[in-house]
Design a protein around this ligand. Structure first.
Ligand code: GLA
Length: 375
């Protein structure tokens, strides 16, 4: 199974937690198709934790979908999601129980992978709670990686061990296609910034076939739901989404897609930002500045086709100048070249040489693409 660019989709956890159902997933799949999110690239509709009964079937040992939450079973739901032209994702855990205390897949990996394949599952998020003593996390991800590969169906393997055990060093070898690299996101500015800052020196391992998952987005949640906590402003959501896109990581929506406002829908469908995220070269960005000390950051990224993306982030509570010295990314004055900018978010336009100071509003960001031109 080839996963050449960061996976995109929607996941139930951030907003709905354990409050999930067949109807919720169908309505969300409808919304993803009808609102143009599917056409923008959001393909995977993923049910997170809390979908099963508390105990496995005593005879078959299979995990049993909760008949109250999912009265038609998972195959019927997968068929519905597939009927919308979308892909169907589910969740399990490498330990004996999931994080919310439902059956995990430990020692049932091959049975569960076959069951998921029979149901038509295309994506498995695989968590890391309740690991039995004496078992290396790495071995448990190898097991499910093999089980999925041998399941008879292409199933995207989304590992979720929160960055433990230097996961970026070995997870690719387990067959995973994406791997959570941090603890859980919540809907606050500090949360998304700290996640991004913690990955600045780890994006070298983010590459085709296995992408660094900085967690589901909180964009558009406005404080509602499971990880809502306090909510953020539209400016913060622009910054969160732009940071994820500049890093080239999976874009998994975590909001209630059925009630997205126009502004957030437009942001999440922004073609230019998504094109940066999905850039075929999948290069790690260059980070300029010290976001912990200065609470601002310039991010520069090589794109396919001879272009570059550049973004200016201001995490302060007042407007600030964010600077970009071209020689820091290798474009020395001796080159005779400047950069011509076209706007993506905000209005940065025109040709500049050597440096640029961009006034960026509080908590907001400005994004542009650029190309080198003689000056
Ligand atoms: C862990 C994961 C979350 C979510 C919950 C479910 O905390 O990191 O993303 O899947 O478990 O219980």
């Amino acid at each position: 199974m080839l996963v050449n660019t960061p996976p995109m989709g929607w996941n139930t956890w951030n907003t709905f937690g354990s409050d999930i159902s067949d109807a919720l997933v169908r309505e969300s799949a409808d919304a993803i198709a009808e609102l143009g999110l599917k056409d923008a690239g959001y393909t995977y509709v993923v049910i997170d934790d809390c979908w099963s009964l508390r105990k496995r079937d005593s005879v078959t040992k299979s995990i049993v979908p909760d008949p109250v939450k999912f009265p038609h079973g998972m195959k019927a739901l997968a068929d519905y999601v597939h009927g919308k032209g979308l892909k169907f994702g589910m969740y399990s855990c490498a330990g004996q129980r999931t994080c919310a205390d439902y059956p995990g897949s430990f020692d049932h990996e091959f049975l569960d992978a076959r069951t998921f394949a029979e149901w038509g599952v295309d994506f498995l998020k695989y968590d890391f709670c309740y690991r039995p003593g004496g078992f290396e996390g790495q071995l448990l991800y190898r097991r499910m990686g093999m089980a999925l590969r041998e399941s008879g169906r292409d199933i995207l393997f989304s590992a979720c061990n929160w960055g433990s055990d230097n996961v970026w060093q070995w997870i690719r070898s387990c067959g995973a296609h994406m791997y959570r690299s941090t603890g859980d996101i919540i809907d606050t500015p500090e949360s998304f910034r700290n996640i991004a800052i913690s990955q600045m020196d780890k994006l070298n391992a983010n590459a085709p076939q296995c992408f660094n998952d900085m967690d589901m987005l909180t964009v558009g949640m406005y404080g509602k739901g499971n990880v809502g906590v306090q909510g953020m402003t539209a400016a913060d959501y622009r910054s969160e989404f732009a940071l994820w896109c500049m890093c080239g990581v999976p874009l998994m929506l975590g909001c209630d897609v059925r009630s997205l406002d126009k502004e957030m829908l437009a942001l999440l469908k922004n073609r230019d930002l998504i094109a940066i995220d999905q850039d075929a070269e999948c290069r790690q960005p260059i980070f300029l500045g010290n976001p912990e000390r200065e609470k601002k950051l310039c991010v520069f990224r090589h794109l396919d086709g001879g272009k570059y993306a550049v973004a200016f982030f201001n995490f302060n509570d007042e407007a600030r100048n964010v600077s970009f010295t071209f020689s820091d990314v290798g474009l020395s004055a001796a080159s005779g070249l400047g950069l011509r900018f076209s706007p993506v978010l905000g209005s940065l336009e025109g040709t500049y040489s050597e440096y640029l100071n961009v006034t960026t509003d509080a908590h907001d960001c400005i994004v542009a693409v650029c190309e080198a031109v003689p000056v």
